[in-house]
Write a protein of this length. Structure first.
Length: 592
């Protein structure tokens, strides 16, 4: 039958020709959802032993279906024998092939047919009539909320709605509770909430996001990245969306249970422990490999897995990495094809250079099989209540300075500072482990306000959190995670010491950096070392200039020849050398 004839017949008939050769994408998606719902509902009945709906329920739906189908083009009535004809042709199943063009009145017929099919498979009232999944921001730093075209700062505790977009800046993070699951956005990540009723649908617009999926039986969780859809029924995975070459790159690590990928010319199940790379640029392709040891040692994965484990979730393939291996499913990736680098890259997807897979010219056609394993329902985890501490972190010179407010809560015994390579959640044990370091020397029995300095090196970054501990070293309170980047030691410009009778008159350019990092100047000198500095104790003497706005200072000095410079200093913290945030060149001067 030609397409024109098929379209004509479709308008003439009162029932849908579901055996059409063309494939309508929307109807195919509905067909797939119905099939999946049927399987889930049947399994739900098998677990709880509930009976299916009475026959009258299905009969009522069938009568509505037949009545609607008997209305040609949505109006009027069929001949007297039409009902019998329709009853003969309408069956309690829907085939997978649907016409590409569907008259508007027949959408109502299809909707009723959908309800009819689900009723025959087994009705689950709790799962079918489900309100929107509650979404709330639980931990936020440097994140914004766009709602209705208006942008505002995302606040802790904010309730989110369908259509909301959450974006994190390059030094922030955000944690969103989605029902009993979690979404953790790394710095630079952005998502939009597209659907929350029943199934959850999220558009990941960019960056790296950890998805901890916890849903009622039969529900799905879909993350869309352009033309590709990642579907999970209950799992944990990390997904990154970034620019690469002439297109985009998508990297996913399936941490616990399976994920289903659907997109242009691809439909496959991704097994737990697999790493997937999708290239959309010059060399497009989908590549699936077992995750390497280097990939699974990523501090981002470890930090998220540690938090999930502490909250009572399983961590799948990362159990061994956390130091508590338990039996798990065997690794059976849907496809094992080496992933090529994008143009200009030298390593495989998400791996180190030494572990990069061998590139191939053409990706192997991905299989179209569905995942064979299903997630095991887990009880809703409970997280013990944890108080809060006010804290701030700034980069000063080559150092991160962590400062905190006094803690007035009960059960306090000690205070500590922990450091991680990326944003991470509130630890529930101490020492933290899992890629997060408890800083030596930061553990103090004082609940008073204080600070701690951590040497980083110029240009390096780290995340910090302040913890209050009880006598058993359980975390009873914590600050938000804050990021610091060490800017390095700034140049103060020319330093000009002029010899005068019995001393020196010095001139310099004032310090122009972060005033929170600057307390006073010190002019240091040495008769033997051409590179004197106060922080390293390499000097014969020094003068303190306590006024920050000064640019000239006179002082007495014995006759002789000296190497001399001026440094901008931040106060020293306990057990840590003073922090130099600005420094002039050393010059030689002779005092008569």
């Amino acid at each position: 039958m030609s397409p024109d004839e098929r379209i004509r017949r479709m308008h003439d008939d009162v029932v849908l020709p579901f055996d059409s050769a063309e494939l309508d994408a929307d109807l195919a998606a509905l067909d797939a959802e119905l099939a999946k719902a049927g399987v889930a509902l049947r399994r739900s009945h098998e677990r709880d032993g509930r009976s299916r709906p009475p026959a009258s329920f299905a009969s009522s739906l069938r009568e509505r279906l037949l009545a609607e189908a008997a209305m040609p083009n949505g109006a009027g009535a069929n001949p007297p024998d039409a009902d019998a004809d329709v009853a003969q042709r309408v069956q309690p199943t829907i085939r997978r092939r649907t016409p590409t063009i569907l008259p508007a009145p027949r959408w109502t017929i299809l909707a009723l047919a959908a309800v009819f099919v689900v009723a025959l498979l087994g009705f689950n009232a709790r799962g079918w009539f489900t309100g929107p999944a509650p979404v709330r921001a639980t931990d936020v730093a440097g994140a914004s909320l766009v709602r209705g075209g208006t942008s505002s700062a995302l606040a802790i505790g904010a309730a989110l709605e369908v259509g909301d977009q959450v974006s994190v800046d390059q030094s922030g993070h955000a944690v969103l509770a989605v029902g009993n699951g979690l979404i953790r956005l790394d710095e630079g990540a952005s998502i939009r909430l597209d659907r929350l009723s029943g199934d959850v649908s999220i558009e990941q617009m960019g960056g790296r996001v950890w998805h901890r999926v916890v849903l009622e039986s039969g529900r799905s969780y879909v993350v869309t990245t352009g033309a590709y859809r990642w579907t999970a029924l209950g799992t944990a995975f990390s997904l990154t969306r970034s620019r690469g070459g002439a297109g985009e790159r998508l990297d996913l690590t399936a941490v616990e249970h399976d994920v289903v990928l659907a997109g242009p010319s691809v439909a496959l199940g991704i097994a737990q422990g697999s790493a997937v790379a999708v290239n959309t640029g010059v060399t497009p392709g989908v590549y699936v490999n077992p995750a390497t040891a280097a990939q699974l040692a990523d501090p981002w994965l470890i930090a998220n897995a540690r938090l999930d484990a502490a909250a009572g979730y399983g961590v799948g393939v990362l159990e061994t990495a956390l130091g508590s291996p338990t039996p798990g499913p065997s690794l059976t990736p849907a496809a094992v094809t080496p992933g090529p680098s994008l143009p200009g890259e030298t390593t495989g997807p998400g791996s180190s250079e030494s572990a990069a897979p061998t590139p191939t010219d053409t990706p192997t056609q991905a299989p179209t099989t569905a995942p064979t394993s299903k997630p095991t329902p887990r009880p809703t985890p409970t997280v013990p209540p944890v108080g809060s501490i006010g804290a701030s972190v700034i980069g000063c010179g080559e150092t991160a300075v962590v400062s905190w407010d006094a803690y007035a809560g009960s059960r306090f015994a000690k205070l500590a500072v922990v450091r991680g390579a990326s944003a991470f959640g509130i630890p529930t044990s101490y020492p933290p482990g899992g890629g997060i370091t408890a800083l030596g020397g930061s553990l103090t029995p004082s609940a008073a306000a204080g600070s701690y300095s951590d040497s980083l090196g110029t240009g390096s970054s780290a995340w910090y959190r302040v913890l209050a501990l009880d006598s058993a070293k359980h975390v009873i309170a914590a600050s938000a995670a804050r990021k610091a980047t060490a800017p390095g030691i700034g140049a103060l410009g020319p330093f000009v010491p002029t010899p005068v009778a019995g001393g020196v008159e010095a001139h310099w350019t004032p310090y122009g950096g972060n005033t929170a990092c600057f307390v006073y100047y010190k002019i240091v000198w040495s008769a033997t070392d051409p590179n004197p500095t106060y922080a390293g104790g390499i000097y014969d003497g020094y003068e303190v200039v306590s006024t920050q706005t000064d640019s000239v200072y006179s002082f007495s000095l014995a006759a002789g020849t000296y190497w001399m410079r001026i440094e901008a200093i931040r106060y020293a913290d306990a057990g840590v050398s003073p922090i130099v945030v600005g420094r002039s060149d050393a010059v030689q001067v002779t005092v008569p």
